[in-house]
Design a protein around this ligand. Structure first.
Ligand SMILES: Nc1ncnc2c1ncn2[C@@H]1O[C@H](COP(=O)(O)OP(=O)(O)O)[C@@H](O)[C@H]1O
Ligand SMILES: [Mg+2]
Length: 344
């Protein structure tokens, strides 16, 4: 009985991948138990007070479909905290959901945050987790967690380069000897690609579509390089000229053209990092190549596209959407590594 309680106490430790698009929670010994969009749906009453209607999956379903007084918010959208209050409520919701009835346990929590967060924002994340019942909170940066999760030898005296393409940000990091040697974060990632598709469809076909449709198009027929047999899909929206509902056929060639600019921005950021790489580490990267994580790594042919530009081998990590969560979870298992990596 007492032993069980003890085990329960320690196994309640958890790690959170607080992403701009998705939040994943892993509980020690149980694996990833939550994987939901980082979205909060709120309703404003006539006094301007906000009431939370839904968080996660349920809230994302409401994006673009909400009546006037309901708003679906992504509080971390650009890799910065746009809304502190909503971020705190979202963190609390996920922690409480992971815990269910075991609220008396005070877990240690390790949270992975976007690289670009300021000290003030990091403090807010930490305090939100503390107020949701954490005993101790450690923060870890996304490129580091991604590198660990992708199985790179982060503690070796050897450079590993990881590019994590998320929703709001692309984070590039070179890791060696357990530290981030170089890192760069740009606000071009999945969301911007979606918006570029929306703009393109509007410009070329006079068809108005929403951001979620843009994302569906990217996932279904988006490709960074030419395909042996190109894909196509029917897209529904509103004709800008007639105002009527209408549909068009969109091909993967169209989508490639639409994605060209944001993909180039990601490639340019990678080139920038390669340019400032210390020569000794550059040798390791030439040898080991570049590893892609995050949902954007699932864009068809993005590995080949980047490899052609930077002239290095590029690999997509196993289950790229889970890499950061797995890396954060691994850090949780190794308290020593955790203390070494956690930044105040
Ligand atoms: N199969 C896919 N093909 C292309 N993009 C995808 C795919 N699956 C997810 N994505 C994109 O990945 C992004 C989310 O990735 P994620 O790593 O969860 O982001 P974050 O860490 O910022 O929360 C979204 O822009 C989503 O559209
Ligand atoms: Mg992420």
């Amino acid at each position: 009985m007492i032993l069980d309680q003890l085990i329960g106490f320690f196994s309640s430790d958890m790690s959170i991948d607080l992403g701009t698009a998705n939040t994943l929670v892993l509980v020690k010994g149980r694996g990833i138990i939550i994987n939901e969009p980082s979205v909060v749906a709120v309703q404003r009453d006539k006094f301007g007070r906000q009431k939370i209607l839904a968080v996660g999956h349920e809230a994302k379903e409401m994006v673009g479909k909400t009546p006037g007084d309901i708003e679906a918010i992504r509080p971390m959208r650009d890799g910065v905290i746009a809304d502190f209050d909503m971020t705190e409520k979202m963190i609390r919701y996920f922690i409480e959901k992971a815990h269910k009835r075991k609220s008396f346990l005070r877990p240690r929590i390790i949270i992975c945050v976007p690289y670009g967060l300021t000290q003030v924002e990091r403090k807010a994340v930490r305090e939100s987790a503390m107020s949701a019942g954490a005993r101790e909170v450690f923060l870890i940066e996304e490129p580091m967690a991604a590198a660990i999760g992708a199985g790179l030898p982060v503690r070796e005296p050897q450079g590993s380069l990881v590019v994590d393409i998320g929703g709001g940000t692309t984070e590039i990091g070179v890791v060696s000897l357990g530290g981030l040697v170089i890192s760069k974060s740009i606000r071009t990632a999945g969301d911007k690609i979606d918006m570029s598709i929306v703009d393109y469809v509007k410009r070329k076909y006079n068809l108005l579509i929403g951001e979620r449709t843009g994302e569906q198009i990217k996932i279904e027929v988006g490709s960074a390089v030419a395909l042996d047999s190109e894909l196509s899909m029917m897209v529904k929206g509103r004709d800008q000229v007639s105002g009527l509902l209408s549909r068009i056929e969109l091909t993967s060639e169209d989508v490639r053209e639409a994605m060209r600019e944001p993909l180039k921005e990601i490639a340019d950021a990678l080139k920038d990092v390669l340019e400032v790489m210390p020569p000794d580490l550059a040798g390791d990267i030439v040898e080991n190549g570049v590893v892609l994580t995050g949902g954007g790594a699932l864009i068809r042919g993005i590995d080949k596209y980047l490899a052609d530009i930077v002239k290095l081998p590029v690999f997509v990590a196993d289950e790229p959407l889970l890499a950061v969560a797995k890396g954060t979870g691994k850090a949780l298992e190794e308290i020593q590594l955790l203390q070494q990596l956690a930044n105040e």
